[in-house]
Design a protein around this ligand. Structure first.
Ligand code: B12
Length: 256
């Protein structure tokens, strides 16, 4: 008897038809927004990528006695995580992510500008995109999240020569280095950076991520710690502040 295997029959379904969802991205986001009435419009403005609305609703929330630094986590990062989720699920396109990330950066800058708290006290982190690689969207998200969590970010930018990364580590003495690579060719610069740092006696944790990088690559060349998501980077930095060494960090953050 003929068995109807749904996986096999889907071969005949056009890719875009298969991807069509019952709910629109706006409807999906609506379910995920925080319910607090002062936080909700900020997260929604992030989703819509509207910088002016983000700042306007932040002002309203702060007038309503919300703490500007708490709003970075509770509203801005929350809104951005909804965008990331829908992007990962194939409901949004990359330009949507970029526009929302820009709105989030504007919001973080606003919150920091009016906060009286000194939030850059946790420690310095050097961020860079590998030599030869101009893909900097993920690195920018990493830098924003680190700043939002109160780290002092030394952002070297994209396509950063190996020597420049090494010099920055020697000069700035960061608690951690965050490297991004989106290309299988450029990620090998992490290996050279690690070798150079070791030559100079520096054991600063190197955290590697970005589309091309895998845990297998990071462990094979004993580079340091692998992370999948931008949101992993501040978590790893917090663990370093608690005194975790590289072995412990790998136990905590690598998949086993
Ligand atoms: C946008 C894009 C571009 C843009 C880049 C704009 C910019 N300012 O970044 C433009 C159009 C300029 C571009 C150019 C090129 N691109 Co391009 N590009 C992409 C694309 C579509 C999306 C990349 C992206 O931004 N993703 C979204 C961000 C958010 O993801 P992400 O950086 O990985 O970051 C996430 C995580 O990895 C993590 N993360 C990031 N950094 C770190 C760091 C740490 C420590 C941790 C823990 C986590 C972490 O956080 C983020 C979110 O959680 C990809 C395809 C794809 N689907 O990935 C191709 C892709 C990366 N590009 C590719 C190529 C080949 C090129 C070109 C060489 C094309 C050409 N022939 O000219 C040039 C590269 C030139 C160069 N020297 O770099 C290839 C790379 C193939 C490979 N594996 O080597 C890809 C994979 C496309 C493909 N399938 O072939 N590209």
């Amino acid at each position: 008897m003929l068995s109807l295997n749904p996986k096999k029959t889907s071969v005949f379904v056009r890719y875009n038809v298969q991807n069509e969802k019952k709910m629109t991205p706006d409807e999906l986001a609506e379910v995920l927004y925080p319910k607090d009435e002062l936080v909700y419009p900020i997260a929604k403005a992030i989703f819509e990528g509207d910088e002016d609305d983000v700042v306007l609703h932040l002002q309203e929330a702060i007038e309503g006695r919300k703490n500007p630094i708490d709003l970075i986590n509770d509203a801005l990062i929350k809104g951005m995580s909804i965008v990331s989720k829908l992007y990962d699920d194939g409901d949004l396109y990359l330009p949507d992510v970029i526009i929302s990330a820009q709105a989030m950066i504007a919001g973080v800058d606003y919150c920091k500008s009016i906060s009286t708290e000194d939030i850059n006290t946790k420690g310095k982190i050097v961020c860079f995109v590998a030599e030869g690689d101009i893909h900097d969207i993920g690195k920018n998200i990493v830098a924003v999240l680190l700043k939002a969590k109160g780290f002092d970010v030394v952002d070297l930018g994209r396509d950063v020569p190996i020597e420049e990364v090494v010099e920055a580590v020697l000069d700035e003495k960061p608690i951690m280095v965050s490297g991004t690579a989106l290309m299988t060719t450029t990620m090998y610069s992490f290996k050279k950076i690690k070798e150079e740092l070791t030559r100079f006696g520096m054991d600063t944790p190197l955290v590697c991520g970005g589309g091309a990088v895998t845990q297998d690559f990071v462990t094979r060349y004993k580079l340091g710690i692998y992370g999948e998501e931008a949101a992993d980077v501040p978590k790893i930095a917090e663990s370093i502040l608690k005194g975790e060494n590289i072995d412990n960090l790998q136990n905590l953050y690598h998949k086993h």
